[in-house]
Design a binder for this molecule. Structure first.
Ligand code: 2P0
Length: 323
């Protein structure tokens, strides 16, 4: 009745922003990500009739504010297994949470896998991806390692809205250099930010309409290992997502001055012929993706940007691991 699983964070290169169905958490657009080796959530789930209700601990501290979302996933797993037992969930992240480093992705992937294992359910990876998506859209991608594509799907029940592997980490070992430019939890989470874009941003419809073209370019660039082509479409997808959010009413700007300075540092590296491109999620951190040979150059450049607090470097990693 107990299981422990490690799932890794992922960074989207072609972004997810907006939902087709809020209740089933079906994304409005597909996305493409890389799974990171160095950033993970370790989650233990134990079902027990000695508990009076579900419990959720993050880093050893009870987090009642996050219990409802964890219980939603637990309810889906209990329904699949035909049990009503409460569960204690204990999760640890080895990186800061809620600051645009995709803690919900690794967290819900690990929770979905640990809860199903604890109850002896044997789901396929695709079924696990669908289950993880119900907790958090980006979590569907963290089931897998390397380069991963999430399909928005078209079924009303969300059964074809899942992620699948595109290319192994070892086949194209890119490195992600993360410049931390702000600590603390972001004021507007991606869930409410994307809902506000759908409701108020005049650019949201253009964002959705142009996503299939970006996905096609991203997918073919990855399969061809064409760094320049991937760089172009990834930066475009990122800036388009942020442009949609900036045009929300009220406006939503996730960046700080150091975020912009990091983008300029990436542009200067590119102008000097360094294979690197940036992406930014719903927070102020800048993720610079590069080839292994230029990692020292990229790290030195980003460390030198005023306002950069720390730099974390990660290769691409595997999917779920049972602990
Ligand atoms: C992404 N983000 O593709 C995009 C880019 C943030 C910016 O996926 O509401 O936390 O839980 O499905 O998965 C963050 O969105 O949203 C995210 P929910 P999630 O990585």
């Amino acid at each position: 009745m107990k299981a422990r699983v490690r799932a890794r964070a992922n960074i989207a290169l072609i972004k997810y922003w907006g939902k087709a169905d809020d209740r089933l958490n079906i994304p409005a657009v597909g996305s493409i990500s890389v799974t990171l080796d160095r950033l993970w959530s370790d989650t233990e789930v134990e079902f027990s009739d000695e508990l009076s209700g579900d419990e959720f601990l993050l880093g050893g501290t009870s987090r009642p504010d996050q219990l409802a979302r964890a219980s939603n996933t637990l309810d889906l797993v209990r329904e699949l297994a035909g049990v009503t037992l409460p569960a204690r969930v204990s999760s640890e992240n080895n990186f800061p949470t809620g600051a645009g480093l995709a803690s919900s992705a690794s967290g819900f992937a690990a929770l979905s896998a640990a809860a199903t294992r604890a109850l002896g359910l044997e789901l396929t990876e695709r079924e696990l991806s669908v289950l993880a998506r119900r907790g958090s859209g980006s979590a569907a991608r963290s089931i897998f390692g390397g380069f991963v594509e999430m399909h928005a799907g078209s079924a009303v029940d969300g059964s074809d809205s899942y992620a699948e592997p595109l290319l192994d980490a070892a086949a194209w070992p890119l490195v992600v250099v993360i410049a931390i430019t702000g600590r603390g939890e972001k004021p507007v989470g991606s869930r409410s930010g994307m809902a506000a874009s759908a409701a108020t941003s005049p650019y949201y419809s253009a964002w959705v309409e142009t996503s299939a073209a970006d996905l096609a370019l991203g997918r073919s660039a990855i399969l061809a290992k064409d760094f320049a082509a991937l760089a172009r479409v990834a930066e475009h997808s990122c800036l388009k997502m942020h442009a949609a959010a900036m045009a929300n009413q009220p406006p939503l700007l996730y960046w700080n001055p150091a975020t912009v300075a990091c983008l300029q540092a990436c542009a200067a590296l590119q102008a000097a012929g360094t294979p690197v491109f940036f992406t930014i999620d719903a927070g102020p951190q800048v993720k610079a993706v590069c080839t292994p040979d230029v990692v020292p150059t990229v790290v030195t450049a980003l460390r030198g940007v005023p306002g950069v607090i720390d730099v974390i470097e990660s290769g691409l990693g595997p999917g779920l691991e049972a602990l």
